[in-house]
Design a binder for this molecule. Sequence first.
Ligand code: ADP
Ligand code: MG
Length: 344
Amino acid sequence: MSREIRELDAETRDRIAAGEVVERPASVVKELVENALDADAGRIEVAVEAGGTDRIVVSDDGVGMTESDARLAVEEHTTSKLRDVSDLDSIGTLGFRGEALHAIGSVARLRIETKPQGEAYGTELVVEGGEVASCGPTGCPEGTTVEVVELFGNVPARRKYLKTEATEFDHVARILTGYALARPDVAVSLSRDGRETFATTGDGDRTGAVMAVYGRDVAESMVPVEYEGEGEQPVAGVEGLVSHPETNRAGSEYVTTLVDGRYVTASAVREAVVDAYGDGLAPDRYPFAVVDLRLPPGGVDVNVHPRKLEVLFAEEAAVKSAVTEAVETALLGSGLLRSRAPRG
Ligand code: ADP
Ligand code: MG
């Protein structure tokens, strides 16, 4: 093989970059749901077929796009959410990289139907093999529907690494559950091969959202967490719901962690929740919990990973003890724990 250094062509570059954003059906769902939330949707419907490997449809009633915006949206590094580098320090939207639609379009067939509020007609845009294949007016409801067909159909090596349909669906369901619990003010529904898995009402009640995704027994075992933090400038406020210690599971995935309403992975927070239960939980058992942290500006970095799931806390140890304190206080106050867990 020649060792001559060459510049990669655009198609190869796109596919490599797409792999950073799109790993599996759940990553597509995450990006599309975040886009819907950023578009101020009040309702988000997600439908997947074959665990999302054959088809993913995400539909919202948000602000929609004009034809020219839709054309721009599927280009590389195009976003309406950041203007310049200074905006990076104060991100108020879930998306900001301007990569997702472009990346999805380079590893799947992408169809977008979109109509801004109050417009007479909408736009249908189809991307195939990373190129706009067609774009024109169409009749459709206000908002946006994005359809993703045959994920990695053009990247056989990648498609081969997808897990079973059941496993891929589990990942999709976990992401969507996270957003449904993060945003009880938005009606979120998931259907699998034509059958509804869950649907929240969007009435803003988090316990109601827990009931929709986990069922009545879990919802009835939840108690509220409300903790403002200590001192003049608390390191973290904590809000949410935690379950009775007897309502527990073997997996940690029922502990949903949020930062300022954003669904994230934060293993430190998960550990801190479990710590609060002390002996109330058997080893390797986890409660159900939704923990939403309110952090001061600069308290967290959400920009650490292209898939933006794991967050970094500026003061992790202090955040952890705030969460443990908050959850303990909730459990003690509701009589679900008799005494504080010993520290050390
Ligand atoms: P980002 O979300 O980082 O801006 P995306 O590639 O996900 O990048 O989306 C590009 C742009 O397309 C967004 O900035 C937004 O203006 C527009 N867009 C994407 N999805 C939607 C949607 N569901 N409703 C309205 N606009 C959307
Ligand atoms: Mg986005």
